[in-house]
Design a binder for this molecule. Structure first.
Ligand code: FES
Ligand SMILES: [Fe+2]
Length: 385
């Protein structure tokens, strides 16, 4: 969630008008999109080590992952690094502007050849100084004569599949993954968000004693806002939420309280940007929360066992930052989001994990929690496929 008193409101709306219309209608009726029935899942899905390993293998190791915005590599010879569910990855844009992804593991003996992000034509391993170009080829090798009996062409960085999907960076962690196909269902609904101009402002990270799905679930409904966020978000947003499924992926959106005024206004007088929040959720575990002025990405990955996960929150400006005031506003937005999730959502996620580990037999997902139902049905079906 973001600081909703943000002074920067000049960005054009990035939100589809039909989505805004549906939300305004829900405010008018004081209702929300619902599921047909309540449903349950066994609590063991959060604790079972066998299921945990299957998820790690199928969803993460052999999955495609949204890991950032193409705007993070704004020109030729730029790069970013990522930890994707424990796998170190280097993403480059070469001198011709083409994106590449590699295992960030030196082909000599595995050390990481790059850290952080920035501009670079070459990446030099800190261990013995082998170097690689932006296309991954081995470019330098001290005392190369000592390695002549290994074909140099086989010593380039190991390539990984990568694509820009509507300006989002999508990386596959194994050769059998097609990043474009994996996101084809939702890609048409991601147009107009200008992800290729987004600039990252800051990051926050957590390690939680909770299953990765529980940490994901806290992002999927506004039902808890009136109680868990009673002193914070409850004065800012309403639970007149709408939702849509796009294959495995999904989207939900809800209004801020400022949207109430739109009910009595003709559409031509609706404010731009619309005072709503749109939350894209990507298989298996990425949440992209769009406010009128920023994008907040939560990447949630399994930890070392079923009861642990890592969460990274990245705050991006929807356009390159133009002033110190604008940067400060984005930082405030990220700090506010980090405060809410870090002190309210994540502690309760850890409580839910303790409940599951204590022997609770099942978790319940009500009609007012349709996104939870979508995701638990999707994960279950994907495990069975
Ligand atoms: S591990 Fe990279 S140069 Fe030796
Ligand atoms: Fe929350």
């Amino acid at each position: 969630m973001t600081a909703l008193d943000d002074p920067i409101t000049s960005a054009p709306s990035r939100f589809p008008r039909d989505l805004t219309r549906r939300i305004v209608e829900r405010i008018r009726e004081d209702s929300l999109d619902t599921a047909a029935h309540a449903m349950t899942d066994p609590a063991s899905i959060f604790t079972d080590p066998v299921q945990f390993e299957r998820e790690r293998h199928l969803f993460f190791r052999h999955g495609a992952h949204v890991v950032g915005w193409a705007g993070e590599l704004p020109g030729p010879n730029t790069y970013v690094t990522r930890d994707i569910a424990g796998t170190p990855v280097l993403i480059t844009r070469d001198g011709d502007g083409v994106l590449h992804a590699f295992l960030n593991a030196c082909t000599h003996r595995g050390a990481q050849v790059a850290t952080g992000c920035g501009e670079a034509r070459r990446f030099t391993c800190p261990y013995h100084a082998w170097s690689f170009d932006a296309q991954g080829a081995l470019a330098g090798q001290p005392e190369a004569w000592g390695f002549e009996d290994i074909d140099r062409a086989t010593l380039g960085l190991q390539q990984l599949p990568i694509a820009s999907v509507a300006g989002l960076l999508v990386v596959g962690l194994s050769d059998d993954v097609d990043p474009v196909a994996a996101y084809a269902d939702i890609a048409p609904h991601l147009q107009g968000y200008s992800y290729d101009t987004h600039e990252v402002v800051c990051r926050h990270q957590w390690t939680l004693q909770a299953n990765w799905k529980i940490a994901f679930d806290v992002n999927l409904e506004a039902y808890h806002i009136a109680s868990l966020h009673r002193e914070t978000l409850n004065s800012l947003v309403l639970n007149n939420a709408v939702h849509d499924a796009f294959g495995r992926h999904a989207r939900w959106a809800f209004p801020t309280r400022a949207a109430v005024a739109m009910v009595d206004l003709p559409e031509a007088e609706w404010p731009e940007p619309a005072p709503i929040t749109v939350v894209h959720t990507f298989f298996p575990s990425c949440v992209l929360l769009e406010t009128p002025v920023s994008s907040q990405m939560f990447r949630i990955y399994p930890g070392r066992h079923a009861g642990e996960c890592t969460v990274e929150l990245t705050e991006a400006s929807i356009r390159p930052v133009q002033s110190d005031d604008e940067r400060a506003a984005r930082m405030r937005g990220a700090d506010f989001a980090a405060l809410i999730v870090g002190t309210e959502d994540f502690p309760v996620a850890e409580q839910c994990q303790r409940g599951a580990e204590a022997g609770l037999d099942r978790f319940v997902f009500g009609r007012v929690e349709p996104m939870l139902q979508h995701w638990h049905n999707t994960w279950r079906t994907a495990l069975d496929s």
